[in-house]
Design a protein. Structure first.
Length: 153
């Protein structure tokens, strides 16, 4: 009699554990879908906001995004006939900085200054989401590419 009772408790425990695991799996999948939904609506919002930030009238077009120290993004659609990204952004007063033997050291982007000497922050330049291997003033524009500056520390 005792063996049957132990088996029953054991089976009930396993069933309860399976129910808990299934419930946690369902909750986790639901949270992931909600995150994807929020991210999709953010992308739509950025596209809508970008419509008001179309600059220039040139033949070449690219997306330029500014990410400030708080993570706020401002996107621009740049139209230009310039050959490199730095010239196109300077043309629209989106960047400013100091010339050096290594090229343009960007200190201000879209009116926001990041100064390493003051607070150890700087503007990092990205091409298609990857840290750029060239400076903004020596990076040739690629049609449809996405360029960005992000404040980093």
């Amino acid at each position: 009699m005792r063996i049957k009772s132990s088996k029953g408790i054991y089976l009930r425990t396993i069933c309860m554990m399976l129910i808990v695991v299934m419930a946690l799996t369902i909750v986790a999948c639901g949270a992931n879908n909600q995150k994807d939904s929020v991210q999709s609506s953010t992308n739509v919002q950025n596209t809508e906001e970008n419509e008001g930030n179309i600059l220039g009238e040139g033949q070449t077009k690219f997306i330029f995004t500014v990410v400030d120290k708080d993570g706020n993004e401002t996107a621009f659609e740049i139209h230009t006939d310039k050959e490199n990204v730095g010239d196109a952004l300077l043309e629209h007063d989106l960047i400013a900085g100091d010339e050096s033997e290594y090229g343009l050291y960007v200190k201000t982007v879209n009116g926001i200054t990041a100064d390493y000497d003051v607070d150890q922050t700087y503007w990092a330049f990205y091409v298609n989401g990857e840290y750029a291997s060239t400076g903004v003033d020596s990076t040739k524009i690629e049609e449809g590419a996405a360029y960005s500056f992000k404040v980093e520390k």
